[in-house]
Design a protein around this ligand. Structure first.
Ligand SMILES: Cc1cc2nc3c(=O)[nH]c(=O)nc-3n(C[C@H](O)[C@H](O)[C@H](O)COP(=O)(O)OP(=O)(O)OC[C@H]3O[C@@H](n4cnc5c(N)ncnc54)[C@H](O)[C@@H]3O)c2cc1C
Length: 222
């Protein structure tokens, strides 16, 4: 979503439409707050968005130097797969080990430089429609509702944001996205959406064993 906002502002400036306004509504307390951190990044998209990202200080500091793939057989036994046996999609040559939270925060500063208005802490809770059924914008959630569901003294009603174009970029299985898919039959004649649950673990290891740029894949045990 943030990348789309950046691209639209870049295009607006290129096409001499400096007043075209773009607004990002982010339910996290700040941009990047809801992003799981460690990741391996394939840099094609960032190369397109900011060809000079290195000079501009993007936090892509650790190039992948090596991939290792292991079949884990027990708590203390494993077999390393030779590199040629490992599917190409798991080769990370040219990719970077990053903190996605830091990369997204950096994108947030770039977006602000391009005068994208970012509203952190606001969740889009309703989709607003024009009379003809097209999307008019979104409404943010009411703030200051007590545990009992009743307004507290801090109550502020949600804002309506109307736009010529509304882009929904909630990640997979966004709750507004599900409503849009149902309303406009967007899944007609399409394969069902498939997605998985991913779990991240943060390990503290002996610094002597740490090798910057090494990516290890494991499958099997337990
Ligand atoms: C455990 C795990 C590990 C992964 N590892 C990698 C990896 O190493 N490399 C890699 O390339 N990819 C990885 N991915 C996949 C990657 O994280 C996703 O593909 C990517 O984040 C999707 O980006 P997105 O912008 O579509 O959605 P998201 O990153 O989910 O962003 C959606 C944003 O919208 C906000 N939002 C959602 N709903 C609303 C709402 N109603 N109102 C306001 N804001 C809202 C959220 O707070 C969030 O900031 C991993 C995913 C998981 C789960």
């Amino acid at each position: 979503g943030l990348s789309a906002a950046i691209k639209i502002r870049q295009l607006a400036i290129e096409n001499n439409l400096p007043d075209l306004s773009v607004c990002v509504v982010e339910k996290g307390s700040e941009v990047g707050a809801h992003i799981l951190s460690g990741a391996v990044l394939e840099p094609r998209a960032i190369n397109e968005l900011f060809p000079n990202w290195k000079e501009e200080g993007a936090p892509l500091n650790v190039p992948v130097t090596e991939d290792k793939t292991f079949f884990l057989m027990s708590a203390d036994k494993s077999q390393e797969a030779p590199h040629w046996m490992v599917p190409k999609t798991m080769h990370n040559d040219g990719n970077y080990v990053i903190s996605l939270g830091n990369v997204v925060r950096w994108l947030g500063t770039k977006a602000e430089e391009l005068e994208v208005s970012i509203f952190p802490g606001f969740a889009a809770s309703e989709i607003l429609y024009h009379e003809d059924g097209s999307v008019k914008g979104i409404q943010t959630g009411d703030m200051g509702i007590g545990k009992d569901g009743e307004p507290t003294h801090n109550f502020t009603p949600g804002y309506e944001l109307h736009a010529k174009y509304t882009i929904f970029a909630e990640g997979c299985r966004g709750h507004l996205g599900k409503r849009l898919i149902a309303k406009y039959n967007l899944d007609k004649d399409a394969d069902p959406q498939h997605y998985g649950i991913g779990i991240k673990e943060l390990w503290e290891i002996d610094p002597a064993k740490h090798k910057a740029g090494l990516v290890m894949h494991g499958s099997g045990w337990p």
